[in-house]
Each structure stands twice: as structure tokens, then as C-alpha cells.
Design a protein around this ligand. Structure first.
Ligand code: GDP
Length: 457
């Protein structure tokens, strides 16, 4: 893929192929988008129509009518790619789509490569790099939280903040570089106290963004949860109860074709991902000691633990011991007494001090209460999706590199270091900040990002 501005006109199906929807949208972008469409369209003269208008007509190959369509026009620079963009809504037939695409290509359009529309939007300044990446996240989002983060990033919340900081730093970099020109005269154009204040301010912001990564990752990929407890306490039964309910909910939504994601449930927009479910399903078969060891391994990967007890097999002293062990891991956990259907009131009261949730995984009793508690434990009040949240590993790396460079700059201010070294460290920080928004890019990086898109995006 070429990462320079191109002059050709690209075309692709923008809707997903093979789905039983009523219409399909074919998108063109480039200088000839309107004239190529016009050459196969019978209706109004598209070349003389205003931007942001829709026109009814037919697509024809010679005398043969292929379909009745609606054509939407977006005239440069008022479009996603900042080029002329045409969207042709056809009926959703594989045959029609292929005929129209072939016809448009015969008239001079070229088949778009994966992500090429979004790449053009980036190259033409419509989106910066982090926004372009957010488009991919937005399309992939499957929960309210991941959707909101992607939306916020696409609108530029993330990069606006960094751009401003970068500009402030550029200002100082140029002052320091000016000092280099006057090296003989020992002048200081850049006030070191002010520079330190700025660096500290940027450092704070970068630090918070790095911190937000863990949170963002959880929202994007789901909260990793482990269901732990001794063999036969009912872990698999509970897991199945949670997952089966989720499958039932998903398949009840009429017309959805979404595949149920194995091992994930969604509670009020937050995804919980059960880790090592295969292991849970197996644990009934393995000996207890090994089971406990494996459980401990799994637990350490979790951000939330559901710890299950069967009071008919265990007694309170052992339960308390296990709780102490889990507590020591400092991972939030929910204490669950299972098999409540078999418990007498006296047995219940014995455990009251542990403040557990009583459930019957088998009878599906107490499951809603458990779900509420899971939500409660991730402490949503701490997570404000309107805040800038970093979810992208590439951004995280750039932020970490920026932080390192900033630390060097701070060291340089406080120690007798010549301006030229200080200038180098500031340039380094600027470089890494620029990597996030795409002010600084390489072809490898762009290839890597845009090849993850599908064709038509
Ligand atoms: P695991 O080894 O922790 O995964 O336990 P399982 O889920 O395989 O359950 C062990 C046994 O306890 C099975 O026979 C289940 O049917 C039974 N069981 C699980 N949950 C309950 C429950 O809430 N009530 C009752 N009565 N039995 C249960």
C-alpha cells in the first residue's frame, strides 16, 4: 500500500458482504468518484449536484438496467476521506454488487485495499492516527463501555490533549535550540523554572494516561474473572448458569447474527471474561491438591475472583482459611456460598459473618444478586468513560517512551548539562508524542495499522 497522497479513485463494498440486509452500500473515493458514477447512472447529471444530496436513478451497463439505486454525494473536502466520495445504495444482491463493482472498475475506479478509505482520511488530515485507530475499535466494539471509549477517541478527545502539550513543548524546544546559536554568549532564552513546570505538567498528564491503560484495557477486552474454589463446589455449574443465560439473552434479540462469544457475559454494558473455563470444567476430575495449585495460578491472572464454597463439604474454619489466602492476593473477590437449596437456616447463620452471597447454581437462585455484586466490585464509579482512556498498546508504548524522555529532561534541568543535550531529550519526547497522533510516522507503522481494517473501511 502506498502511504502518499494518491490521485486515483478507489471503490469497495462498504457494508458487510453476504448478510441478509435489504441494501448494500458501494463507496467510491477520489477525484473521479462523481464522474465515474455519473457515467453509469441514469437520472440527474450528478456532476452538477451539490454536496450532501441524494439522487434516485438506475445503474446501467449499456442499455441493461442493473439496479435502481440511491446515490449520495459528498464533495471534497466535505467527506470522510476529504476527497469526492460517492455512496451508491443498491439492493443487497451478490450478483448486483459484483456487476456494479465491475462496471465502476471498468470505468476507471480501482478496488480499494483494506483500510484504504480510512488511510486516505488520515493522509488528507481528516483524522489523526489515533482517531483512525479508533474507527477500527468502534466497528469492533461489542459493549457500551468499549463503544464509548472508541467514540470519544474518534472524536479526538485523546489527541487534542496531546497536541496542545506537544505545541507547548515545541515552543521550549525552539527556545533551547536558539540558545545553541548563541552558545558563545552563555544566554538562556528558555527559562528553566518555566520549562520545569511545563515538563512536570506534561509528566502528570502522561502518567495519568499510562495509568488509564489498565482500566481501558479492561473496558475494551472485558474484566478477567476467575471462578475458584475446591473441586465439586459447583464452579462449572455456576459458569454454565451464567453463560447459558447470556446465550439465551443474545439469541432472543431478534435478527441478530452475532456469534455468542464463548466465556463472556455482559452485565449492564460491562463485559466480564471468564478465564480458563476449560480448566474449571476439568477440575472435578483432578485431585484436590493439584486443583488448588492450578486455581492459584489462574487466580493471579484475574482482576476479580468469584470464590465458591460448598458448606456441606467444608466447615467454617477451612472456609475462613481459604478466604484469608485469597485476601492476601489483593484482588477483589466475591464470597459465594453455593448449594443454598440444600442449606438449613442454622447452616446459613453459621456463615453470616462472612457476609457471603447465597446462591444455588443448580437451581439458578441468587444469580442476579451475584451479577450486581460483580458490577459493584469493578467499581464503575472509578471508571469514567468520558475521561481520556488509553486502550491501544501502541499508544501505551509511545507514552512510556515519552515519560522516559521527560525524566531525562528533568534530570537535565537539575544537573549541569549543556543545552544541546537538553534539546536532544526534548526532541525525543516530542518524537514519541508525535507517534501517537501520527505527526511522526513510518510506512511500517501505517501498514501495520491499516492492514488490520477490512476492505471498504
Ligand atoms: P466443580 O467441580 O466446582 O466445577 O463442581 P460442579 O459444577 O461439577 O458441581 C459438582 C456437583 O455439585 C454436581 O453434581 C452439581 O450438580 C452439584 N451442584 C452444583 N451446584 C449445585 C447447587 O446449587 N445445588 C445442588 N444441590 N447441587 C449443586
Amino acid at each position: 500500500m502506498s502511504f502518499t497522497h494518491s490521485q486515483d479513485t478507489i471503490v469497495a463494498l462498504a457494508t458487510s458482504p453476504g448478510v441478509n440486509g435489504a441494501i448494500a452500500v458501494i463507496r467510491l473515493s477520489g477525484p473521479e468518484a462523481v464522474s465515474i458514477t455519473d457515467s453509469v447512472f441514469k437520472g440527474k447529471d450528478l456532476k452538477s449536484q451539490a454536496s450532501h444530496t441524494i439522487h434516485f436513478g438506475t445503474i446501467r451497463d449499456g442499455d441493461q438496467v442493473i439496479d435502481e439505486v440511491l446515490v449520495s454525494l459528498f464533495i471534497a473536502p466535505h467527506s470522510y476521506t476529504k476527497e469526492n466520495v460517492v455512496e451508491i445504495s443498491t439492493h443487497n444482491s451478490k450478483y448486483i454488487i459484483e456487476r456494479v463493482l465491475t462496471l465502476l472498475m471498468k470505468k476507471g475506479a480501482r478496488a480499494a485495499k483494506a483500510g484504504e478509505f480510512t488511510l486516505r482520511a488520515f493522509l488528507n488530515g481528516g483524522l489523526d492516527l489515533s482517531q483512525a485507530e479508533a474507527v477500527a475499535d468502534l466497528i469492533a466494539s461489542n459493549s457500551a463501555a468499549s463503544h464509548q471509549i472508541a467514540m470519544q477517541q474518534m472524536r479526538g478527545g485523546f489527541s487534542n490533549q496531546l497536541k496542545q502539550l506537544r505545541e507547548d513543548l515545541v515552543h521550549f524546544a525552539s527556545l533551547i535550540e536558539l540558545e545553541l546559536d548563541f552558545a558563545e554568549e552563555d544566554v538562556e532564552f528558555a527559562n528553566r523554572d518555566q520549562l520545569r513546570l511545563l515538563i512536570e505538567k506534561i509528566y502528570q498528564v502522561i502518567y495519568r494516561l499510562i495509568q488509564s491503560f489498565e482500566q481501558g484495557n479492561v473496558l475494551k477486552n472485558g474484566v478477567p474473572v476467575v471462578i475458584a474454589g475446591k473441586p465439586n463446589v459447583g464452579k462449572s455449574t455456576l459458569l454454565n448458569a451464567l453463560l447459558n443465560e447470556e446465550r439465551a439473552i443474545v439469541s432472543e434479540i431478534a435478527g441478530t447474527t452475532r456469534d455468542t462469544i464463548e466465556d463472556e457475559i455482559n452485565i449492564h454494558g460491562v463485559t466480564f471474561r471468564f478465564i480458563d473455563t476449560a480448566g474449571i470444567r476439568e477440575t472435578a476430575d483432578i485431585i484436590e491438591a493439584k486443583g488448588v495449585e492450578r486455581t492459584m495460578e489462574k487466580i493471579k491472572q484475574a482482576r476479580l475472583i468469584i470464590y465458591l464454597f460448598d458448606p456441606l463439604q467444608d466447615h467454617i474454619a477451612s472456609v475462613q482459611e481459604q478466604i484469608a489466602e485469597v485476601e492476601a492476593l489483593q484482588i477483589p473477590f466475591v464470597t459465594i456460598i453455593n448449594k443454598s437449596d440444600l442449606l438449613s437456616d442454622a447452616q446459613r447463620s453459621e456463615y453470616a459473618a462472612l457476609n457471603p452471597i447465597y446462591i444455588s447454581a443448580k437451581e439458578q437462585v441468587g444469580i442476579e444478586e451475584l451479577k450486581d455484586e460483580l458490577l459493584n466490585q469493578v467499581n464503575l464509579s472509578q471508571i469514567n468513560t468520558d475521561d481520556t482512556i488509553v486502550t491501544n498498546i501502541r499508544h501505551l508504548e509511545a507514552l512510556q517512551n515519552t515519560r522516559e524522555a521527560l525524566e531525562k529532561v528533568l534530570f537535565g534541568i537539575d544537573n549541569p548539562i549543556t543545552s544541546d543535550f537538553l534539546a536532544i531529550d526534548i526532541r525525543q519526547a516530542l518524537h514519541h508524542l508525535g507517534e501517537i497522533t501520527g505527526t511522526v510516522t513510518t510506512d511500517d507503522l501505517l501498514e501495520n495499522i491499516f492492514s488490520k481494517f477490512c476492505i471498504g473501511k
